[in-house]
Design a protein around this ligand. Sequence first.
Ligand SMILES: *Cc1c(COP(=O)(O)O)cnc(C)c1O
Length: 396
Amino acid sequence: MAHIDTKNLGFDTKVIHAGGHHDPYGSATVPIYQTSTFAFDNAKQGADRFAGTTDGFIYTRLGNPTINALERQMAELEGGFAGIATSSGMGAVSTVYMALLDQGTHMVGTASVYGPSRLLAEKHLSRFGVESSWIDTTDLGHLRRAMRPTTRIVYTESVANPTMDVTDIRGAADIAHEHGALLVVDNTFCSPFLHRPFEFGADVILHSVTKFLNGHADVVGGIVVAKDEALYRKLRPMMTTLGCNMDPHQAYLVLRGLKTLSLRIERAQENAATIARWLEGRPQVEWVRYVGLPSHPQHDLARRQMSGFGAMIAFGLKGGLEAGRAVMDNVRLATLAVSLGGVETLIEHPASMTHAGMSREHREESGISDGLVRLSVGIESANDLIADLAQALGKI
Ligand SMILES: *Cc1c(COP(=O)(O)O)cnc(C)c1O
């Protein structure tokens, strides 16, 4: 694929053409450079590459053409300086924390973030003298009060997991910057198709590419995108030293999945809107949280900072834990599985699955009740998904 300057082209064009590379054989797709190392022509070339005075690859942990193509594409889709692909979403979170936090510093995060992102700071970084506070960032007053002179990063998710809370990214960025801190946004639930946090003042974006970006439930991977060169120079060596690099084959699959990002999300969010409205009318359902419903507490904010409402729904069952189990055990079309963002609909129960590692107290504080069910809506026929949920709700 020839390199095309896509800077001024539409998002859907970037999804197909951004980050293309020059291939000596004119390959239409980015080849998989399945190699651990790269030969130098001579000693001087090797020395120059190590010194960084000439471009070129050295060793796959440090960089690889297939992985690089994905990094360039994601940087362009998010509108940042450069990307750093990682072995998993948690590899991206680890890279960001380790690069930006020092002993004696502090971070503030959204209470209901992806469980392990909170656990890594609270349980592990605390052993190295890093403190963290976890708060409801939908209220910027809470964020302002949680800031300390030692706060280095404010950490939030574009739509939080699994409460579907939306944080005002512009407002959070302003507070972080007033205190000399950086705003890091985990944009996994939205992808740049729905939300581009750099446009609202974020400094670092990360993703679990396992989810919407790859979209086919066949890869685990992550990426960090830095807004500017200075941040990139801090973040990249942390990833290569931690060793949580992506593999060329992973990168190839993600590049392939990414091409249909716009089509997949458009269809999935259309299904999600239909299902969310239908769920609101069910007698077994106590509440429905979908960013696209006017009943969502941050619906207006979402309308301002997102270009669509996505495919993630949370709903509460009147019967609590028991009702949750009955639905999980009776769905036939929706797959009972954690993860999200694939072409197939997945259903899960956070209190007994993804967020079971949190104490009940922390779960309740974070808005994760026992009856909360999370649905990642896929691109099947909406009628079939509704029929499946109807029969499962009927079993309660
Ligand atoms: C899945 C997920 C992660 C972790 O990603 P992995 O690829 O599983 O390591 C981080 N943040 C969010 C919001 C996620 O959904």
